[in-house]
Design a binder for this molecule. Structure first.
Ligand code: EPZ
Length: 418
């Protein structure tokens, strides 16, 4: 099982090309199920989660052709409407095939995802929304069985709490429903907007993009299109913190500040200089130590939960303290004991963690537990004295394309060990 070894202390200098967004690519790939025409996606990152989605779609009968510059998906001949447990349990985002399958084929049989490291993560909102659109849902032997043999009917569905993939799933279903659908209290994450833009290019009629109310006029069928996946704002936020933490000066290529509005505001509060130049963000660390800044995770445009672990690593050596409150997931502090092994001073009380800045972190053997926790250990390793050895880095490979290459190109002393 691969490990990553880092010797800290080198300020990052240079540039990092931001890859296409994992969390935009996954729903966009599922959207191919809505049409029998080819969907061509550009800027899809090479990640294990993307491969898993490709495998699932192939099992359903989709032709998936991964080229050097684009991925072509065509669901002309579907031969299954079942997403099996062994695939879904590996990647929860598999649930994104549920609604497109029902909209296109009138039925879907998708394994319940089960919990994951960061929380139980139910899919009840996906199911309630699909029922609101006229599907009948039964749960048997760990599978969701959804049927709408006469097609879906447009309706108004209000999310009792904001759900990113719940919004994406129902948005896809609504494009082929008869009549108008209104999704109220919809997620406003940029990845939802990217999906909506692609669906409109395929012939859907979606308005309110970027707001919390999406209005969809159903159409008979959708065409194919060519769509470029937006940049990964979570990757960009992660590398911005890597530059800030190491006293660095890094250009992030292919990212805009309006995709990370709250993270940018807090980085500036901590003393980091952020500038935009064309389609790039320049991240310059302050001369002295960073200031401690409190954050609370919230749905977009609030501070992204997917950047919480990284912010915690950033604050470990700050001049002061930072109260970090996680409001989205129930168990997203598993990086705390690992950071403490490196000398961090962090106390957890329920959904809040108090980080008191220490003078320095010391390298140590640590273990990755989930995708974003694993990258927080990389950040800590970049600034720690001595060597940090991170195990279970398969978590990292789910969401960060070529992480060692990108960091090594900016001077980091980092290598992968088999
Ligand atoms: C998406 O997950 C992202 N994944 C997550 O990124 C991200 O952390 C999360 O949104 C929040 O921003 C993808 O886009 C593939 P939610 P999702 O539905 O859609 C509860 C990463 O690291 N909920 O917005 O599954 C849920 O338990 C991953 O890239 C229900 O109760 O998250 C959570 O507490 C991790 N019932 C909250 O809502 C439901 O039916 C928000 O979840 C759905 C969700």
């Amino acid at each position: 099982m691969d490990k990553i070894a880092i010797r800290g202390g080198t300020p990052l200098k240079g540039e990092i090309k931001i890859s296409g967004a994992k969390n935009a690519s996954l729903p966009l790939m599922a959207a191919c199920l809505l049409t029998d025409k080819p969907l061509i996606l550009e800027n899809v990152p090479q990640l294990s989660d993307i491969e898993s989605m490709g495998e699932l779609l192939t099992q359903l009968g989709v032709s998936v052709d991964v080229g050097p510059d684009s991925t072509t998906l065509c669901a002309k001949d579907l031969n299954s409407t079942t997403a099996p447990y062994d695939v879904v349990r590996k990647m929860r985002a598999s649930v994104l095939v549920l609604c497109p399958l029902v909209a296109r084929a009138g039925e879907a049989h998708v394994s319940m995802p089960g919990g994951c490291a960061i929380g139980p993560r139910p899919i009840d909102l996906h199911l309630k929304g699909l029922e609101a659109l006229g599907a009948t849902i039964t749960l048997e032997e760990g599978y969701v069985h959804a049927h709408a043999p006469n097609g879906l009917i447009g309706a108004t569905y209000t999310f009792p709490m904001i759900s990113v993939t719940g919004t994406e799933n129902l948005l896809m279903a609504a494009t082929l429903a008869k009549g108008e659908t209104r999704l109220v209290n919809a997620a406003r994450e940029p990845e939802v907007g990217d999906l909506a833009d692609c669906l409109n290019a395929m012939g859907a009629k979606i308005s309110g993009i970027g707001t919390s109310t999406l209005v969809i006029e159903g159409v008979e069928s959708l065409n194919g299109t060519t769509h470029k996946v937006i940049g990964d704002r979570i990757e960009a936020g992660t590398y911005a913190m890597a530059s800030a933490l190491t006293g660095g000066n890094v250009r992030l290529r292919g990212m805009r500040l309006d995709l990370i509005p709250t993270v940018a505001a807090f980085l500036r509060q901590a003393g980091v200089q952020l500038d935009e130049e064309g389609n790039d963000i320049l991240v310059k660390a302050p001369k002295g130590r960073l200031k401690g800044v409190d954050v609370m995770t919230e749905p977009f445009p609030g501070f992204a939960t997917d950047l919480q672990a990284q912010w915690m690593a950033l604050m470990c050596t700050s001049d002061g303290a930072s109260m970090i409150t996680e409001t989205i997931f129930e168990n997203r502090f598993m990086h705390v004991p690992e950071l403490c092994r490196m000398g961090a001073n962090i106390t957890v009380h329920g959904s809040s963690a108090l980080v008191r800045g220490v003078d320095k972190l010391k390298g140590a053997p640590v273990m990755a537990t989930d995708l974003r926790a694993s990258v927080s250990l990389v950040l800590a390793g970049l600034v720690a004295e001595g060597e940090t050895l991170i195990s279970r880095v398969y978590h990292l490979d789910r969401g960060y394309e070529k992480v060692e290459e990108k960091l090594r190109a900016c001077g980091a002393n980092i290598e992968r060990r088999g």
